[in-house]
Design a protein around this ligand. Structure first.
Ligand SMILES: Cc1cc2nc3c(=O)[nH]c(=O)nc-3n(C[C@H](O)[C@H](O)[C@H](O)COP(=O)(O)O)c2cc1C
Length: 411
């Protein structure tokens, strides 16, 4: 037979999620940390937990005939430590967290990733443990963030992985050039060059400037920023691929209004949540993401409108928003104030954002399209954008913007 140390060492290499299994006897709550939780059957819905026969919890669950399973999130290692009896001096394991009770009366952790309320239907002997099989009476997936993991006797979470592919859309260069009085011909040639190099280009900015220029020909990949239903229909009729609609989540009713604007057009609409990283709007932003995801818009834009978000703010918002938006992808527009744009873009990539809005040469304060394409190349993240072509377009643009020698300047 394998020696106990080797057995434990090998089992320590097996990573698992972490749950708190709860029960109640005579109205008294009890709970313990357990990683032996497993799904058993879908029909009927059954799960199992293996509990050490010597544990206090074991006797309670056997007597009560009910248990709750609370799946812990990555920020709940302390809860797991408390319920594993690892924190000295704790008299009430339930103190400090918010709990509700389900049908069977078992305590359920409000902040858990999800919970199941179970009735014991089988108890199988398993050496010094008992395998409790529970029929699942009710369940709720409460949060959509990453789970807490246990591996090699330590707590962990999933590493942030970079995506295989990321896409770029230029949301600023056309408006910036028009604003600077560039000829329509010159503006369109920049737009066409960018689109040909694999970047979607916003060719119309109707939300800010209703005087729509006459667009003779549209590049292959194009979008229009619109504010009204009429503008959306007009732009789509013109042949743009996507309409982008801004929404200020801090304004009551604004999200509902946008949903009316894009009613029936959701699969071609990118809704841009303004000031998405402002801490004071945190809940409003996440609520907007949930509503837009339910409406199955094409994508949800997360805009660092003032350019002032810090990488930590970007991280904090995106790590919840990415999960809440699923299956709708997020598109981040990050400002380059304090030259932190690429740091924020990397943070967004690692938080699960695969689509970006940028601006060639960073003309409007957003991360420069050519800089992000280069970063993606360095990180081995594929993109439909051709780095060489985008770089050339940016160089040409910068040259065209160099002011001619002011009158009277020396040399
Ligand atoms: C990550 C982790 C997972 C655990 N999983 C189990 C398990 O699946 N079964 C078990 O019997 N004990 C497990 N334990 C140990 C119990 O949580 C621990 O013994 C607890 O104090 C039992 O509570 P009680 O003494 O109040 O019954 C685990 C501990 C940790 C830290």
């Amino acid at each position: 037979m394998v020696d106990p140390t080797t057995f434990r060492d090998v089992m320590a290499q097996w990573p698992s999620g972490v749950t708190v299994v709860t029960t109640l006897v005579d109205g008294d709550w009890h709970g313990m940390t357990a990683s032996s939780f497993s799904s058993v059957s879908l029909d009927p819905p059954l799960v199992s937990v293996c509990l050490d026969r010597r544990l206090y919890s074991h006797g309670l669950i056997s007597a009560a005939g009910v248990f709750g399973v609370n799946v812990l999130a990555k920020d709940q290692a302390e809860v797991a430590r408390v319920f594993a009896g690892m924190v000295p001096g704790v008299e009430d394991r339930f103190a400090g967290e918010s709990w509700t009770t389900a049908e069977t009366g078992t305590p359920l952790l409000d902040s858990a990733l999800g919970w199941l309320d179970c009735r014991v239907v089988h108890e199988y002997p398993g050496g010094d443990h008992t395998i409790f099989v529970g029929e699942v009476l009710a369940g709720h997936a409460a949060r959509r963030t990453a789970p807490l993991l246990f591996h090699s006797r330590g707590w962990g979470q999933f590493a942030d992985v970079l995506p295989d592919v990321a896409t770029l859309a230029d949301g600023g260069v056309v408006a910036a050039l028009r604003g600077r009085g560039h000829s329509e011909e010159g503006v369109l040639s920049v737009a066409e060059g960018l689109a040909a190099s694999g970047v979607r280009v916003r060719v119309l900015d109707l939300a800010r400037d209703d005087r729509a220029p006459v667009v003779a020909s549209l590049p292959d990949r194009s979008s229009a920023l619109v504010a009204t239903r009429e503008q959306a229909e007009w732009a789509l009729g013109l042949g743009v691929e996507v309409v982008e609609v801004p929404v200020d989540p801090s304004v009551p009713g604004a999200v509902d209004q946008v949903l009316t604007v894009i009613d029936g057009l959701a699969d071609r609409a990118s809704v841009i949540v303004r000031n998405a990283f402002a801490i004071e709007h945190g809940d409003a932003v996440l609520n907007a993401v949930v509503a837009l995801s339910a409406a199955r818009v094409l994508e949800i834009g997360m805009s660092d409108s003032l350019g002032a978000a810090t990488p930590l703010q970007v991280r904090a918002v995106l790590q919840d928003a990415v999960g809440l938006a699923r299956p709708v992808p997020l598109r981040a527009r990050l400002g380059d104030r304090d030259r932190l744009g690429l740091v924020k873009a990397l943070t967004a990539l690692k938080s699960g954002v695969h689509h970006f809005n940028t601006t060639l040469a960073g003309l409007d304060g957003a991360v420069a399209t050519e800089d992000l394409v280069r970063l993606l190349g360095e990180l081995d993240v594929d993109t439909p954008a051709d780095a060489a072509q985008v770089g050339l377009a940016a160089d040409a643009l910068r040259l065209s913007l160099v002011p001619t020698n002011p009158v009277g300047a020396a040399g």
